[in-house]
Write a protein that binds this ligand. Sequence first.
Ligand SMILES: Cc1cc2nc3c(=O)[nH]c(=O)nc-3n(C[C@H](O)[C@H](O)[C@H](O)COP(=O)(O)O)c2cc1C
Length: 202
Amino acid sequence: MFYEPSNGHGLPHDPFKAIVSPRPIGWISTMNGRGEVNLAPYSFFNAICNNPLLVLFSSDGEKDSVSFARERPEFVANLVGRELAEKMNRSSVNAPRGVSEFGYSGLTPAPSRLVAPPRVAEAPAALECRVTEILEPKGLDGGHAGVFVVVGEVVGVHIDEAFLTPEGLFDAVKAGNVSRLGYMDYSTIDATFAMRRPRWED
Ligand SMILES: Cc1cc2nc3c(=O)[nH]c(=O)nc-3n(C[C@H](O)[C@H](O)[C@H](O)COP(=O)(O)O)c2cc1C
């Protein structure tokens, strides 16, 4: 089949997010100017380069994570391990502004080293970030798409050493990195395979 999204897909549910999957989940903690803490999952999240280390998350409308990151331009992107999936989902509740999703979800805020927002103590890894820009992408019609993309540079990295192999590799299978698919679906990492990039000289 082929469809033009502007004309509809004709399927029972929009397949777009199932096609662009899996998407890692950035479990974003932020703090506003009054010191109130916010935590919410974002699957429009990814790393975009590693020198410098830049990550981004995209909010459909200006949600609290964006307005908090505007007020205090820092965030922590916490990794969702398999054991944390249900608590991550719980933290996506539309809690009133100022109510911390840490307490609501039964999670422990741990102090960050270099930024004010706390990290999720239970997370297998966490990236402390400082905001570099907040973008307002446009659609083809030139109008604001209604999403806000928060870009941040990673200034500190926490790793729970329980997830480091004896060789010092981060064990994504053991951590069970949870990612978002389409519909109500999620995935975790059960197996990996390795490939070496070809070099023309070989
Ligand atoms: C797994 C998962 C991924 C999500 N990804 C996004 C996303 O990429 N963008 C978005 O705007 N909302 C996303 N949401 C919904 C937000 O988490 C939800 O609206 C939340 O209440 C926003 O919180 P905030 O206003 O405190 O930032 C996601 C929810 C879940 C459960």
